[in-house]
Ligand binder design. Structure first.
Ligand code: CA
Length: 229
């Protein structure tokens, strides 16, 4: 419960599937990468594992198919290929409702911090334009910032470090079960948002304190949620 918690000062916000409607493109790019590596895969698998690092995903699929860990060279080569295939997908849109949520948080004086497992520069480079003043370079946790991807708490804990606040002063916003688990494990009040094929119950089960069914619904309710404390 957010009751009896300290005043919320910071929002730690995931990128893919929250700020950008980018997950279908990521899933398609991963399927192409796996085909290149001789591995048949379905797009749904990548929604299920959303939030893990690229290196983890590659290692997981190589182990599954070939019964051995991925080599460092494979991780580097296949992740570079993933970025290339992602760039070749149709343009990514800003997630409807996400700008309204970020503006509302900014209006309330809440510090916004990016917490993503991604290293996709084609999206990271758009943040300043699409979300002005929300995610400066000093307030970004990316794949380069952490050893462990989601569901490990490290990404969200790193976000708390960057903002210089404790878990009781922040909320996490994420759309994927692994992301919600990471935020929950970091001790954050966690807002889950359904923006893809993963059902609401999966986010609750992963530890979300509240679940919205779109970023539009999240934007409409975020102020009321923060007022409740
Ligand atoms: Ca996500």
């Amino acid at each position: 419960m957010m009751n009896n918690r300290l005043h919320i000062k910071v929002a730690l916000i995931d990128m893919d599937g929250i700020l950008y409607d980018s997950m279908p493109n990521h899933a398609r790019a991963w399927v192409q990468v796996m085909r290149h590596a001789g591995i048949e895969a379905r797009p749904e698998e990548f929604f299920l594992h959303e939030g893990c690092t690229g290196a983890w995903m590659i290692d997981h699929k190589i182990r599954e198919r070939y019964g051995r860990p991925a080599t460092e060279a494979e991780k580097i080569e296949l992740y570079a290929l993933k970025k290339k295939f992602f760039m070749e997908q149709p343009p990514v849109s800003v997630m409807p409702g996400a700008r309204d949520m970020v503006r509302e948080l900014q209006r309330r004086g809440i510090i916004t911090v990016l917490v993503t497992g991604s290293g996709q520069n084609s999206l990271l480079d758009r943040l300043d334009r699409d979300y002005p003043d929300a995610f400066p370079a000093t307030r970004r946790v990316t794949s380069a910032s952490v050893t462990h991807g989601k569901p490990h708490p490290e990404p969200y804990l790193r976000g708390l470090d960057l903002a210089g606040v404790s878990a009781s002063e922040a909320i996490g916003v994420d759309n994927a079960p692994l992301g919600v688990m990471s935020s929950h494990a970091a001790g954050l009040y966690t807002v889950g948002v359904v923006t893809g094929p993963i059902p609401e119950a999966e986010l609750s089960h992963a530890g979300a304190d509240v679940v919205y069914n779109s970023m539009i619904e999240c934007a409409e309710n975020i102020s009321r949620l923060l007022d409740k404390q």
